[in-house]
Design a binder for this molecule. Structure first.
Ligand code: SF4
Length: 437
C-alpha cells in the first residue's frame, strides 16, 4: 500500500538523476514524497567512489533507521559492489543492484510482507557486459530549475583508484533520437536549461549503432533549439577533441561552464592512476576553453595523496592549478577503495600529509573563486529565479550560465520567472549578491 517516502542520495549527478527518476515513478504509483522523517519508505541511493563515500552510505542507512523509517530500501553503486555489507545493517529491508533499479516501484510493494529478522534480501545481479542503457523512467524528470538528464552510464576506463566501472558496468548511451525527444519535452514543459550527465560523458555514443559522438549530439541539440540552454557535466580531459571543443564553444545555447577532472598535475602520478593525458595537456585545454569563451567558468577536480605522490609531485599539481584562470577547484583526499589496484599500491601518503595538502589546495581554490567572481561585479545577468529561496539568507537566487549563484531581494511572485539581476558585491565565501535591474 503506497504511503510516504523520502530519498537520500549520495554521490554524483547520475545518482541524483536516478533518485529523481525513481521518485517520479513512485509518485506515479501513488506514493507521497516528503522531505523528512517519519516516513513509510526511505530510499537510499548509495555511492562507493571512495572508502569514505561507502562509509557515508552506511551512515545514511543507520540514520534512516534511527529516524524511524518504517522500510529502508538501499540501491546505488555501494549496493551493487558490497550488497552484503548493507544487508547486514539493522533496519535495512531490501538491497537492489543497478540492473534491477527499474524494478524498485514494484519491489517496494513486496516489502509489506517482509517480517524482518536476519540480513535483508538482495536483488543484485553480477555486473554484466549485457547491461543496456536504462533511463529508469520513461517520462522526463523535472522538478528543479535545471533538470538532469542521464544520457550515458558506465565506464570502460578502470582508473587505478576508481571502483565505478565495477559498479556501473561498461559504457552505454541513450540513443540520440531519445535524447532529442527528452530535451524537447523538457523545453515544452517550460524548462530553460537541461544538464546532460553521465559517468564518462565523453564516451557518449561509441556503443550505439551506428556510433555517435557527444560533439554530434550537442550539435543536434543546438540545431533543434528546443530548449534555451544546455549544460554538460564533467568531461574527461582526453575526450576534448577539436569537434567537441567546437561544439561546446561554438553554441550560444551551451552554458559557459566546463568541469574537468584533472586529478593530478604530475605526469608520473597520472600514469600511475591510469589517466591517459598529461598535466600540460589539461593546462592547454583550460586556456583554450577560457580564450574561446569569455567569462567561462572552468572547474577542476583534484585527487590529493594518491600513493607515491611526493612533495614535488603535489607541488606540480599546485603550480599547475595556480597558473590557470579557474572558477573553482574541487579537492578530494585519496582514500583507498578496496577492490581497486590503487588500494594495493606501495608508498601510501600519510593522512596528516594528505590533510595538509588538501587544505593548501582548498585555500588556492578559494582565492581562484574570489578572483573569478570579482570580474562580474557590475554585470547584468538574465536567468530564471530558483523555485526555493536560499535557505541561509532567505533571499531569491539565480544561477548564471557560468555557474555563479547570485542572491537578491525580491517577492515570492518572482520565483520561477525570468529576471535581470546586476551583481553588486562578492561576499565572504565568494557568495554573490545583486539587485533586480
Ligand atoms: S573515468 Fe576513471 S575516474 Fe571516471 S568513472 Fe571511469 S574509472 Fe572512474
Amino acid at each position: 500500500m503506497p504511503g510516504s517516502f523520502t530519498t537520500v542520495t549520495l554521490g554524483c549527478k547520475v545518482n541524483q538523476y536516478e533518485s529523481e527518476a525513481l521518485a517520479h515513478r513512485l509518485v506515479a504509483e501513488g506514493w507521497r514524497r516528503t522531505d523528512g522523517p517519519p516516513v513509510d519508505l526511505c530510499l537510499i541511493n548509495t555511492c562507493t567512489v571512495t572508502g569514505r563515500a561507502a562509509m557515508q552510505s552506511r551512515q545514511a542507512v543507520r540514520r534512516a533507521a534511527r529516524q524511524g523509517a518504517r522500510r529502508i530500501l538501499v540501491t546505488g553503486c555501494y549496493a551493487q559492489v558490497e550488497p552484503e555489507a548493507l544487508a547486514a545493517i539493522d533496519g535495512v529491508d531490501l538491497v537492489v543492484g543497478h540492473s534491477e533499479k527499474h524494478r524498485i516501484p514494484s519491489l517496494v510493494n513486496d516489502l509489506e510482507h517482509r517480517t524482518g529478522g536476519g540480513p535483508a534480501p538482495l536483488v543484485v545481479s553480477p555486473r554484466s557486459a549485457a547491461w543496456s542503457f536504462d533511463a529508469i523512467c520513461d517520462a522526463v524528470v523535472g522538478g528543479r530549475t535545471r533538470p538532469l538528464l542521464k544520457i550515458q552510464d558506465g565506464c570502460d576506463a578502470f582508473c587505478a583508484y576508481c571502483i565505478v566501472p565495477y559498479a556501473r558496468g561498461r559504457s552505454r548511451s541513450m540513443p540520440g533520437d531519445d535524447v532529442l525527444a527528452r530535451v524537447a519535452a523538457l523545453g515544452a514543459a517550460g524548462y530553460h536549461e537541461v544538464v546532460l550527465t553521465g559517468i564518462h560523458l565523453g564516451r557518449y555514443g561509441r556503443d550505439l549503432a551506428p556510433p555517435a559522438t557527444l560533439a554530434g549530439l550537442l550539435r543536434r541539440i543546438d540545431t533543434a533549439g528546443a530548449i534555451p540552454r544546455f549544460r554538460v557535466s564533467s568531461i574527461e580531459p582526453q575526450e576534448f577533441d577539436a569537434a567537441l571543443i567546437g561544439a561546446l564553444t561554438g553554441s550560444p545555447r551551451c552554458c559557459r561552464h566546463f568541469h574537468v577532472p584533472l586529478q593530478s598535475g604530475d605526469d608520473e602520478i597520472l600514469r600511475r592512476m591510469g589517466r591517459p593525458y598529461t598535466g600540460s595537456e589539461v593546462s592547454d585545454l583550460v586556456l583554450t576553453l577560457t580564450r574561446a569563451v569569455p567569462g567561462a567558468g572552468v572547474g577542476l577536480d583534484v585527487l590529493v595523496g594518491f600513493p607515491g605522490e611526493t612533495e614535488a609531485a603535489f607541488e606540480r599539481t599546485y603550480q599547475l592549478a595556480a597558473g590557470l584562470p579557474l572558477a573553482y577547484l574541487h579537492v578530494f583526499p585519496f582514500s583507498p577503495r578496496s577492490g581497486t589496484p590503487a588500494a594495493r599500491m606501495p608508498d601510501p601518503v600519510p593522512d596528516a600529509v594528505i590533510t595538509r595538502r588538501c587544505a593548501r589546495l582548498r585555500g588556492l581554490g578559494q582565492r581562484k573563486r574570489l578572483d573569478f567572481c570579482r570580474q562580474f561585479v557590475g554585470q547584468q545577468f538574465t536567468f530564471p529565479v530558483e523555485g526555493r529561496r536560499d535557505p541561509r539568507s532567505g533571499l531569491l537566487k539565480i544561477v548564471t550560465d557560468n555557474y555563479l549563484p547570485v542572491l537578491f531581494e525580491g517577492p515570492d511572485a518572482l520565483r520561477e520567472t525570468t529576471v535581470t539581476v546586476r551583481i553588486e558585491a562578492v561576499g565572504r565565501g565568494a557568495s554573490l549578491t545583486g539587485h533586480l535591474d
